[in-house]
Design a protein around this ligand. Structure first.
Ligand code: ZN
Length: 66
């Protein structure tokens, strides 16, 4: 898939396994980027998420795309 190729170029790391929400399949982390920002694998936007583990922001971002 083209998206995967781009993701490889950006060296996105998958979210840690401890992050169990399904929404994490759409987000990764880029090496060196702030840990409180997840990068969307679909449009490569940085999306902030709460350290509390809330994925509300991420959910809302994905919902606008799918
Ligand atoms: Zn996105």
């Amino acid at each position: 898939m083209a998206e995967q190729v781009v993701a490889d170029k950006l060296k996105l790391s998958d979210a840690p396994k401890k992050l169990k929400s399904k929404v994490w399949q759409y987000f990764g982390f880029r090496d060196g980027s702030p840990a409180d920002k997840a990068k969307c694998k679909l449009c490569f936007t940085d999306v902030a998420y709460a350290k509390s583990g809330s994925t509300t922001n991420l959910m809302q971002h994905v919902i606008t795309l799918i």
